[in-house]
Design a protein around this ligand. Structure first.
Ligand SMILES: Nc1ncnc2c1ncn2[C@@H]1O[C@H](COP(=O)(O)OP(=O)(O)OP(=O)(O)O)[C@@H](O)[C@H]1O
Length: 596
């Protein structure tokens, strides 16, 4: 029942994708489906006409004019129908492929970030994406064939039942073993395909390691090419052997089933010859029977073949539907609170505990902190202290397991996720280098409104990216990245400035920056921080950094360790308290006299 519902769902997707062309397609299939019975009848008329006309010599020609003209017209119309069907199918195929990609892409961006943390999600995505459009098209094709061949078979069924009712049944029985073999193989193949998803994803991973620019330099210097190739080939070998074994078993099964089918048609033909020898059937009857039985058998085979294809495609499409039905866990409340346009009090994090999905250890453990509205706060801390995790929670990519985060005294989950995120601009620790022009790279910070050149330039100035941009051959119109023709690459620090400009382009009241200067030199860093103070005036900003030189400019500094705040205060207060901040500050002074 579920399977039937799934098949109807798949059909619905296909009609949504192809629109009115689905009906044109069905009309053409009906037409093509009815053609064979017409041909069979005309063959009988022609043969019977020939039997009468031949003894009359040339005078008998008039008896043959209609059957011959009819036959020629049918053949011509058949060809026309076939060409039209080919075109409509190609059109549908394109639409269906794009529509399914659209569904998958929309769903991928709708789901929580947490989904990306689990291998299960990647398997599901791989399964949904890998075969979805291919299988939907196969389903479309199979339905078409089922419909067309079903029509033809029904008409042949009527023709054959005029000789004996058991003949069509014999056709059915002769094809059943082959159908059974197909069903069994479909299941085996699907099970194998699903179970080996992780292996196939590993091969994709090694393929990327061998072909992508980001890893090309390391692969060469550490001579990893042969290592990755060997692993790739070894996984592929196992997969290949398993699949070939499945195919070999299927071929053997199919061979046995076909032999049985041949036996059945031989018996039916023998019966008909016997009848004609007894004078119970004319020559035309014999020709009609031969054609009808022969075609009937082919039709029956492809009919059952289509059913088996539908069964198989249904199995594969199950993954697409499972994926499309995944629901984000972070849902908007029924009636979200209106978002304040400006923060009055600030953001409070109270007793927050958080573990990443599947992880046993706390990334944040009883975290308490306050980001005052309109102030510049900095967090410093060891690697793995939980600083980036805090940013992810503030953006509501995840939900704390315990504790709460308040924005102007309302819990984050009381707001709509989209509205909350539009209040925040973020520079992540590893920003994305988009293969797009400089303007687009910056304007991607806020594509909700049309791109404004003046805003783009202002953001570039704020991020200290203008000098770099002015050096580029087409300035703001230069395509960044080298994956496409005419693209230009930037240095790590230059890319970071572009990403920062993107963050500034979005004029949001909350600014979260995760190590924004990690790729900048110390001189640029100091210049950057004084500019940032001006840019962020009146905004609630949080800076995560390992550089005490930057943190010291903040109104409030937190020191984080093992998911907790261990020290807090202004630069001077922290120095006076002689804790780990003061200790690190002194150590840094001794090591980096130039940077201060
Ligand atoms: N996606 C993840 N899944 C599981 N654990 C994670 C994930 N991301 C981070 N962690 C773990 O959570 C803890 C906090 O990580 P986080 O990235 O917040 O540290 P951080 O303070 O930003 O470190 P760094 O200074 O190195 O950037 C670490 O122990 C880390 O191993």
């Amino acid at each position: 029942m579920t399977r039937l519902r799934r098949l109807l769902q798949a059909f619905q997707i296909l009609t949504e994708a192809a629109g009115k062309w689905t009906w044109v397609w069905l009309g053409l299939l009906l037409w093509q489906g009815l053609l064979p019975v017409g041909t069979v009848y005309l063959t009988k008329t022609l043969v019977d006409g020939l039997v009468v006309a031949l003894p009359l010599g040339t005078q008998g020609i008039s008896l043959l004019i209609w059957p011959v003209t009819g036959m020629a017209s049918l053949l011509l119309l058949g060809e026309l129908g076939q060409s039209a069907l080919g075109w409509v199918r190609a059109y549908q195929a394109e639409r269906v492929r794009d529509y399914i990609s659209l569904l998958i892409h929309r769903q991928s961006t709708r789901l929580d970030l947490a989904f990306y943390e689990t291998p299960n999600y990647h398997d599901q995505l791989h399964q949904a994406r890998g075969e979805a459009s291919q299988r939907s098209l196969a389903l479309l094709e199979s339905w078409g064939q089922l419909f067309q061949n079903g029509m033809s078979f029904l008409s042949m069924f009527v023709v054959l039942s005029t000789y004996a009712l058991w003949l069509p049944l014999l056709l059915l029985i002769g094809t059943l073993p082959a159908f059974y073999v197909l069903l069994v193989f479909n299941r085996q193949h699907y099970r194998w395909w699903k179970e080996t998803t992780p292996e196939r994803r590993w091969t994709e991973y090694y393929d990327l390691m061998l072909t992508q620019k980001v890893v090309a330099a390391e692969v060469r210097i550490f001579d990893l090419g042969e290592h990755f190739t060997t692993i790739y080939q070894s996984i592929r070998k196992t997969l290949r052997q398993q699949r070939l074994r499945l195919l070999r078993n299927q071929s053997l099964g199919r061979l046995g089933a076909s032999a049985l089918g041949l036996g059945v048609s031989g018996a039916a033909m023998a019966w008909m010859f016997w009848r004609s020898l007894q004078g119970l059937a004319s020559l035309g009857d014999l020709a009609l029977f031969y054609q009808a039985f022969n075609r009937g058998q082919t039709l029956m085979r492809s009919l059952l073949g289509s059913l088996s294809e539908i069964h198989q495609s249904g199995l594969f499409l199950e993954n697409l539907f499972t994926f499309l039905q995944l629901e984000p866990q972070l849902q908007d409340p029924k009636s979200p609170k209106p978002m304040p346009s400006k923060l009055e009090r600030g953001i409070e994090v109270e007793g927050v505990y958080f573990r990443y999905p599947g992880s046993q250890s706390w990334a944040l453990e009883n975290l308490d902190l306050f980001l005052p509205a309109g102030k510049f706060t900095a967090i410093i801390g060891d690697n793995g202290a939980g600083k980036s995790t805090l940013i992810k929670l503030l953006c509501r990519f995840y939900q704390p397991e315990r504790g709460r985060i308040l924005l102007d005294q309302s819990k984050l989950e009381e707001f709509s996720v989209e509205e909350l995120r539009s209040m925040i601009t973020v520079l992540f620790q590893w920003p994305v280098n988009y293969q797009a022009t400089v303007t687009e790279n910056i304007a991607m910070g806020d594509l909700k409104s049309p791109i404004e050149e003046t805003r783009v330039r202002a953001a570039a100035v704020m991020a200290g990216a203008e000098e770099t941009i002015n050096r580029l051959h087409q300035r703001y119109d230069t395509l960044l990245g080298t994956a496409f023709v005419k693209g230009t690459d930037l240095s790590g620090g230059e890319w970071q400035r572009i990403a920062l400009a993107r963050a500034f382009y979005r004029q949001a009241p909350i600014i979260l920056l995760d190590e924004p200067t990690s790729a900048l030199d110390p001189w640029a860093e100091l210049e950057w921080v004084s500019r940032f103070r001006k840019v962020s005036e009146g905004k609630t900003s949080l800076l995560i950094t390992h550089r005490l030189n930057l943190a010291r400019h903040a109104d409030l500094i937190y020191v984080m360790r093992n998911g907790q705040i261990v020290e807090s205060g202004s630069h001077n207060e922290l120095l006076a308290s002689s804790g780990s901040y003061a200790h690190s500050w002194k150590a840094q002074l001794q090591q980096q006299p130039i940077a201060i």
